[in-house]
Design a protein around this ligand. Sequence first.
Ligand SMILES: Nc1ncnc2c1ncn2[C@@H]1O[C@H](COP(=O)(O)OP(=O)(O)OP(=O)(O)O)[C@@H](O)[C@H]1O
Length: 295
Amino acid sequence: MNSSVSNGASTTMAAEEEDSRGIRVSAMQFSYDRLQPPLFLDFNLDVSPGSRCLLLGANGSGKTTLLKILAGKHMVGGRDVVRVLNCSAFHDTQLVCSGDLAYLGASWSKNVGSAGEIPLQGDFSAEHMIFGVEGVDPDRRDKLIDLLDINLQWRMHKVSDGQRRRVQICLGLLHPYKVLLLDEVTVDLDVVTRMDLLDFFREECEQREATIVYATHIFDGLETWATHLAYIQDGELRRAEKLSDVNELKSSTNLLSVVEAWLRAETKLEKKKPVQKTSVASSPFFSSRQMAYYR
Ligand SMILES: Nc1ncnc2c1ncn2[C@@H]1O[C@H](COP(=O)(O)OP(=O)(O)OP(=O)(O)O)[C@@H](O)[C@H]1O
């Protein structure tokens, strides 16, 4: 993973081929509100295939927003700005429809036109939900049900947060994704399930060269699990490197204390200024929630 993007002339063919199977963000600008300074301004990020990349940063630094942009939930710029598996994350809808790009977020909700994100409700059984997904390899489904210790008779409105989360995770992993975006999905899981799930993810990266970006504030066991990290402060990429290259980790006991030191050392960044002033209607840099409703 590199924080900066090499230009076309100097990129080797091998690197180009590798890039096309991972994630590449080039000169991205994004703002929720045109009256506020942009959250991301000239943001660049490369995540190579097979990586397990931790996305780190303080509350409000932009992790969820970045994951949602990578998941194609916000339209940002033109087709070349946010590339996943050599497709535009927003425009190429087959990325999500095929299951190649999967996103698991903190709340289990669905996007409804004009109402925004609403929590998933209703009296469904776990079996109804899991077996309702078409085109699934039965062996993979059984493995996930077993791994997440799901009781197929669970009624979704009568289970605990952790049990509901297990079903959500199972649904999100049924198709063998190529890129998986995880936003704090393991918070409700007990430690055994969390460790088993992390092992499963590692297996998927090593055997199928799947790419995972995982935003979390829980660092237990991640020192040996992750291959890379990306650290964001106020929408700016401060570090993007292999975990084995992080100097502080060589002299520290764990990732928690290293990240704690980075967070404590953060100084206020100067407010970013948009590159150009354009109207909302004509600017390709503002998010288009309206369009996202139809995805
Ligand atoms: N829907 C929204 N509308 C306007 N601003 C938003 C919206 N969602 C997030 N923000 C703002 O964008 C910034 C980044 O938020 P984001 O949720 O991406 O942070 P985060 O790094 O995921 O935080 P946390 O660690 O708390 O989950 C914050 O300043 C937040 O207030």
